[in-house]
Design a protein around this ligand. Sequence first.
Ligand code: NAP
Length: 676
Amino acid sequence: MKLESYVKGHWTAGSELIEVRSAVTGDVVAEATSGGLDLREALAYARNVGGKNLRKLTFHQRADLLKKLAQYITERKDQLYKLSFQAGATRTDNLIDVDGGIGTLFVYAGKGRRELPNSTFLMDGAVEQLGKTGTFAGQHIVTSLQGTAVHINAFNFPCWGMLEKLAPALLGGVPVITKPATVTSYVAHALARMIAESGILPEGAFQFIVGSTGDLFDHLTCQDVVSFTGSASTSEKLQRHPVIAKEAVRFIAERDSLNAAILAPDAAPGSPEFDLFIKEVAKEMTVKAGQKCTAIRRAFAPKAHVEAVIEALRDQLDKVVIGNPELENVRMGPVVGLDQRRDVLAHVKTLRTEAQLVAGDPENFDVQGADVLRGAFIPPLLLHCADPVHAAHVYSVEAFGPVSTVMGYGDLDEAIALTNRGGGSLVASVYTHDPKVASNLVFGVSSFHGRLVMIDRDCAREQTGHGSPMPQMVHGGPGRAGGGEELGGVRSVHHYMQRTALQGSPAMLTGITGSWTKNAPIVEKDRHPFRYHFEDLDIGQTFHSKERTITLDDIEHFANFTGDTFYAHMDEEATKGHPFFPGRVAHGYLLLSFAAGLFVDPDPGPVLANYGLDSLRFTKPIQPGETIKVRLTAKDKSPRNKQYGEVRWDVEILTDKGESAATYELLTMNAVRPQA
Ligand code: NAP
């Protein structure tokens, strides 16, 4: 298998050959061709072709592309499984890498459709009035960067790593150049071929570089984003590149991490939480042969339970079948290659200067269906550090394999202090059924962690695991973990976009954003705005209702009809000295109901449904005898499909004296004009 790069829409071989070997047999499985590419041109192509094509699409259209891509890869995922076996991945490991990557695309497709507007930019926050009389205002907008997302991935998740970075970048409208780690690049290459051959992404949106990144960094600009996953040493080297500093290129780093699992004092042996702790530590040591940035490297337990923890873990780890990952009964494959094996064992040697090996023997273990001398096999190795307070390596050495160290702590303060000595981690998990204990631990360690998982009997069946980053939740951590953040739903889309504070007159802001801003001119037409089809409705189109006086009868009728007989509506005496109400007042919901009665145009027409309110505030209590009226203004429109679109209306309930009584945004679905 000869691995080529996909640059400027063509598969191109590099000038140098790198042999890539199977983790299982040690045989050469692929030849990666590296170097000799014009990467300045690749960046220019991404910016000038891919970026322009993507930015023409709305978030919803980009989300649809992600969904199609996810479906396309799903139909072909067996090819990826097959190749991944050579990288040492078992069937379970493939579920995380291949299916996890596809699942991430689906989640971003769904979120893009549901949580982002059907437009090419975002509005961030409310309009800020900046002038006394309302002629000058501010609105933050968020637009796509006009550069390239350069994604550099670690070897352990060739599929998930590529797709979890790809999804938010493409959704944000930024083309991608992705580079896998060479040692598993044959898996990433197969995925890249699928993406390219699918023809789903617009031209220039996706390029793939195998091998060296050459002089790519020399040509980056302030519009590019580098998102790196890998070791701290590579990350530091890349971050020190002069162009990164000079151009202030955004650099997202996901690095190694000495993640902790903390067994709380209440989780004694025999409790469900004790068992969950054992299960999770054993699982994190063996899934992907422990080659997970989120794996549990430090397992903390109360001193009194350390012996029981070691005993229970030994039992679990003894049962792990190591061998050829293609075999059904094999639970753990090899690490990715012989170099990695050497690295892990060297790090274990360092750890053993302050910790004792209590389970597993690297010199003596069984392997099924493979040759232990040719494959990169290591058994799960459990260490016990008896003096964690004075130890150092357990807080600095990452043995990126099936390795973890058990440590005892005295009290919760000590557990917190020892956990934080990891210097910033991706994740920690806490095993307790006591929310007070969990709360102490959480607020003691949260600023050092990107994610905290509380695992107990109540969530045991559904919990997604210490080591699984979820696309909905942020992945990343401070300090040693790189200080980066990925995923977290639409949060990561913002990494590929620029927030800009827009200041100007309300009319100007409305004209630019297409969203009506308070104090901008309104549009009044002869017919009620509800009579206009989606595309015929003007932004700013306004309806002023008639007036209606609210009586005590209205209030009592509403109270008895709905059952809302709260004293402020029913009992004059009880409102005496009330901080908000001068006497009996109308229900807020009564005002909303009357408002609807005042602004609704009742006949069948283009308005199909009211589907909610946003930002509702009651700003002035209304007493019996007061008169209200309503202003309804079309604020913005978001196309949904060929039949209808969403209209957001700015609504204000006013008194006849012009005082504001309530403000909100009403959402309706409006029919598109029928085609002739
Ligand atoms: P690595 O050696 O740092 O390599 C990471 C990536 O950087 C690879 O694609 C590598 O490409 C590339 N690279 C290396 N030198 C480069 C350079 N001078 N210019 C441009 N790219 C360069 O890390 P790894 O061994 O693949 O991964 C294991 C490490 O990643 C572990 O420490 C683990 O904790 C960490 N990790 C972190 C996360 C996270 O989300 N935080 C996830 C997974 C892994 P080549 O392969 O071609 O050298």
